[in-house]
Design a protein around this ligand. Structure first.
Ligand code: ATP
Ligand code: MG
Length: 523
């Protein structure tokens, strides 16, 4: 952080109050530098690493300079994706929480245009939009820029790269009066900065210079594995590190669905996001991820820029991104606001060149990291259980259990053996579905057992060839009569004797997976 305070930046009391409510104690470096310059109405090119508070760096002066008594659009903020427009709107509303009558309106494709037109008629002070829909409103005359004072381009290099350049020009051309033009991003090559300056009037460049373009608190690793092992690897890394939320990036839309399905069949709560989903689906997936209802999100680069979700502890590059800038933004979804994060990029010998070129451009080497073995995963599970045991021991109140162990009247076992058996049981109860064999595996168990995995309360798609099974009976005791399928928690495993397979399949067909073709592999 910096030595300055928000109070020193000439901010109104209402804004200071909003920032306090947000838990912002002091400005980040990019905020300390940009806020005064933006309040002076200068054009600004702002560059700072991912997760360092660029949104508030432009958001605070935008809100402060809004005259709520004038019911007209005074600021347009452009974002490359819908999710980002929604998020930035949310942050501005929080900053202006105590500014009575402030209207911030997100405007993006996929949402009813009629509703947006009505909202614009009612009067919005700040519009946060994606280019296509914003231009649509400009052409229809439903968005008027007579009172426009500033335009902010978040992820500005992306806007210029993605062929949004015409869009930018158009938007700027709709205002007759000179407007303050502001561009922000974590990545800005010299070439891009040059282009930006064409749209600006003596812009001040504010770059928070750091040795590296990537955020400092992200540990970056390269893991060399065969392509077919990547999903298994994600599972093992998830288990060994117990990540709260993780984001997996693929280079194609099709792969996001496939990888998500593979992870799901390994017992993880996952979903995918890409540009083919409709807006409702996209909103639903994002809110599930933000609320922790799913713990792994698999996405294309639509999820690479700007998204700010606190608990993302790891980013996986299932595919190496096509360009180094995207590497920076993808891994920047973790390690935000001073938190730490882990970025794991899968590679093979053949892809070394691709990786080197990214390393060269980001001026950073990725540390080589091996795939955790099954034994490693098991060991970390034991360590996790032991930690919890120590917690319980410290808490005390174990008397009733001590008495039970004391009355356990079997000379054949020592106390240590009993403890070991309990530990074995506890660790197998936390075992994750990633222990399950890969999809399509024929033989996976040395006994005539099937293993299965499903998530609690989740609807599952089952595909031909998927490895499936079910818990036997309500008591969760293998071999009991199977009346219905008990969907059990992610971190548990149950063995079912092979002779019950038919009953399992019948029960599954009656319940969750009705109508789907199911193949159960029995060793
Ligand atoms: N002054 C502050 N004090 C504490 N937290 C802050 C402060 N400013 C911003 N944050 C928090 O830091 C996180 C990252 O901020 P933000 O999303 O603006 O990053 P960014 O620089 O735009 O990153 P990206 O390049 O990925 O878009 C957010 O959760 C935000 O609320
Ligand atoms: Mg941002």
């Amino acid at each position: 952080m910096t030595d300055s305070t928000f109070a020193e930046l000439n901010l109104s009391d209402t804004i200071l109050q909003g920032l306090t409510d947000m838990g912002f104690e002091e400005p980040t470096p990019v905020q300390a530098k940009c806020i005064p310059t933006l309040l002076n109405k200068r054009d600004v090119v702002g560059q700072a690493q991912t997760g360092t508070g660029k949104t508030a760096a432009f958001g605070i002066p935008v809100v402060q300079q809004t005259d709520v008594s004038v019911s007209e659009v005074q600021t347009i903020i452009m974002c490359p994706t819908r999710e980002l427009a929604i998020q930035v709107t949310g942050e501005l509303i929080k900053i202006g929480k105590h500014l009575d009558g402030l209207h911030v309106l997100p405007v993006y494709g996929g949402q009813s245009i009629g509703r947006q037109i009505k909202a614009l008629k009612r009067g919005a002070h700040i519009v946060v939009g994606t280019p296509g829909r914003t231009i649509d409103h400009l052409r229809r005359g439903t968005l008027k820029l007579d009172h426009l004072q500033r335009v902010v381009f978040d992820e500005a290099d992306e806007m210029l790269n993605m062929g949004f350049r015409d869009d930018m020009e158009q938007i700027l051309s709709y205002a007759d009066q000179p407007v303050q033009t502001v561009m922000f991003s974590a990545t800005m090559s010299r070439g891009i900065r040059k282009i930006m300056k064409r749209y600006m009037d003596q812009p001040q460049t504010i770059a928070i210079e750091r040795k590296k373009v990537t955020a400092p608190n992200i540990e970056q690793y390269a893991v060399e594995v065969r392509d077919s092992v990547r999903t298994e690897a994600i599972g093992r890394f998830m288990d060994i590190n117990d990540f709260k939320l993780a984001l997996v990036f693929c280079n194609t839309k099709r792969k996001t669905e496939k990888v998500s399905r593979e992870l799901q069949s390994r017992g993880y709560a996952t979903d995918f996001i890409n540009g083919d989903l409709n807006q409702n689906q996209r909103d639903r997936v994002m809110s599930k991820f933000r609320s922790g209802a799913i713990d792994v999100l698999v996405g294309t680069d639509v999820a690479a820029r700007g998204l700010d979700i606190d608990d993302i502890e790891a980013v996986f590059n299932y595919d190496i991104p096509q360009d180094p800038e995207y590497y920076v933004h993808r891994i920047g979804r973790t390690g935000r606001a001073g938190r730490s994060g882990m970025a794991i990029t899968f590679t093979t010998k053949r892809k070394k060149k691709q990786l080197r070129s990214i390393e060269k451009q980001i001026k950073n080497r990725l540390n080589p990291l091996g795939l955790p073995s099954v034994a490693d995963v098991q060991q970390s599970r034991v360590a996790g259980v032991m930690d919890k045991l120590v917690e319980d021991l410290e808490k005390g109140s174990l008397r009733p259990f001590i008495e039970q162990i004391e009355s356990f009247d079997d000379d054949r076992f020592t106390t240590i053996e009993i403890a070991a058996a309990l530990l074995k049981k506890a660790t197998s109860e936390t075992a994750s579905a990633s222990d399950a064999p890969a999809q399509g595996a024929k033989k996976y168990d040395d006994s005539a057992m099937i293993k299965m995995f499903f998530n609690v309360g989740k609807k599952h798609n089952v595909y031909p060839g998927d490895l499936v099974g079910a818990i036997a009976g309500e008591s969760k005791v293998p071999g009991n009569v199977i009346g219905n399928i008990d969907i059990f928690p992610r971190h548990s495993f149950v063995d079912i004797p092979g002779k019950h397979v038919d009953k399992v399949i019948n029960a599954m067909n009656r319940n969750r997976v009705k109508g789907k073709k199911v193949r159960v592999n029995v060793a």
